[in-house]
Design a protein around this ligand. Structure first.
Ligand code: AMP
Ligand code: MG
Length: 424
């Protein structure tokens, strides 16, 4: 694609280069610069905090673990009684410490205490020997050398020390955080309020499931994929149905959506040559840019504001909807929800398929990431890649991302992949 005369790239019909398009990275950056986290938060019980965003740091008010305790079933002793290299020692067993039932006596030299996992270390003892590594003779144990002072003991506060930040604001709360809150005795936490997201499909050809289809009509699938993706994100959904390509109806839908929601998402009606009601109406009520993105699928994308709400106008094609949602909408919603770590996880694996591609656009092909018997990962393409073919998404678990300037991929080449649901 380089011309002989000036060495400048020149658009031609043999590639996808279009100088008026916006690169995916630039679109993502512009969106990120405009949206900001919601500031309202609410207090919820720990269990209800799952999948929400922590709004305030949670500090540890206690040591976790609270007491120095044994990490093994065995015998607690003082390290000074460990035998020197090559020798053995005999210790007297003077009692037992159970988890939740400490041993209250005090051990003197050459004495030890039978101890269970999780039991508080008796005063003066600092080392635990696993029960499999001792020989019991009546009420004594025989131990060999090679043990380390302090081994098999969990120190008070080694997981979390008093006053340390246990979970920081911006964390998406996973099962591990629920357990962590519980281990601190925290019953309620402050989480960002739920985002309200209104969405509707535009298109005269669209019918909702349950209705009969006339000639040329199709079922609206975009509201269902959006329902799924938004539900997984944990936002409050306002499904406004299918809106016909009519000026009045679309104008009314935007006004209603903007009065209820933080974010409005529409699908369809942003391609070149559409009945341009979306553009017309937004010119009156909002500030919206219509972008041609240098990506495939998903070229048209609108982004801006309608009154106080942010607006994403996604393409109509069902695969393009999912691509643009995962790449642009989801990171923006996460940022508005106050979360950190917004970009989807991307990593490189060998590709097993041949992928046809021309330079000029970043492509999001659908792939199946698989683990071989030997544990190695690879990806293969899932069938036909048309932007309307949801079956290619359904049988896939990741995008194969081919950079803007790259060409075709041969089997064995390394490619970037992005699992749809990130690394969970
Ligand atoms: P548009 O961007 O409105 O020109 O739509 C592009 C393509 O996507 C057309 O083939 C539409 O019929 C199709 N399409 C638009 N919206 C939907 C939808 N909600 N569900 C399924 N297909 C759609
Ligand atoms: Mg349409």
């Amino acid at each position: 694609m380089t011309s002989k005369d000036g060495g400048q790239p020149r658009p031609s019909c043999s590639d996808d280069f279009d100088p008026t398009t916006l690169r995916a990275e630039d679109a993502a950056r512009r969106i990120e610069a405009l949206v900001s986290p919601v500031t309202e938060y609410e207090r919820v019980a720990v269990r209800s905090a799952l999948d929400r965003t922590l709004a305030k740091d949670v500090y540890s008010t206690v040591n976790v673990p609270a007491h120095t305790n044994s990490a093994m079933d065995g015998y607690a002793l003082r390290s000074a009684d460990l035998p020197a290299d090559g020798s053995r020692a005999t210790l007297k067993v003077i009692g037992t410490a159970w988890a939740g039932r400490p041993y209250h006596g005090s051990a003197k030299g050459k004495q030890c205490v039978r101890i269970m996992t999780g039991a508080k270390m008796p005063d003066g003892l600092d080392t635990v020997i696993m029960q499999e590594q001792v020989e019991c003779v009546d009420d004594t144990i025989l131990i060999g050398s090679g043990h380390k002072p302090g081994q098999n003991v969990r120190q008070a506060g080694e997981d979390l020390a008093v006053g340390a930040v246990a979970v920081s604001a911006g964390t998406r709360i996973d099962p591990a955080e629920l357990g962590l809150f519980a281990s601190l005795g925290v019953a309620e936490v402050e989480v960002a309020r739920r985002l309200r997201v209104a969405f509707f499909s535009t298109g005269d050809e669209l019918r909702s499931i349950g209705e009969p289809l006339a000639e040329g009509e199709i079922y609206d699938s975009n509201r269902y994929t959006l329902h799924g993706m938004l539900t997984r994100l944990g936002v409050e959904l306002l499904d406004m149905g299918v809106i016909a390509d009519q000026r009045e109806a679309i104008g009314d839908a935007f006004r209603r959506a903007a009065s209820m929601a933080d974010v409005i998402i529409t699908t369809g009606g942003v391609s070149v040559g559409e009945a341009d009601y979306v553009k017309e109406i937004l010119a009156e009520t909002g500030t919206v840019d219509f972008w041609k993105l240098a990506i495939k699928p998903g070229r048209p994308l609108a982004f801006g504001t309608v009154r106080d709400a942010f607006f994403f106008g996604l393409p109509g094609n069902p695969v393009a909807v999912m691509v643009t949602f995962y790449e642009f909408v989801q990171p923006a919603l996460r940022r508005m929800m106050g979360q950190q770590g917004l970009r989807p996880a991307r990593f490189r694996v060998p590709c097993r398929s041949r992928l046809k591609k021309r330079p000029g656009r970043m492509e999001f092909q659908r792939g199946l990431l698989q683990v071989a018997d030997n544990g190695s990962l690879s990806v293969s393409r899932t069938g036909a890649q048309g932007s309307g073919m949801l079956s290619s998404m359904s049988s896939a678990n990741c995008f194969i991302i081919l950079p803007t300037d790259s060409g075709s991929v041969e089997p064995g080449d390394m490619v970037d992949v992005e699992p749809f649901e990130g690394l969970v």
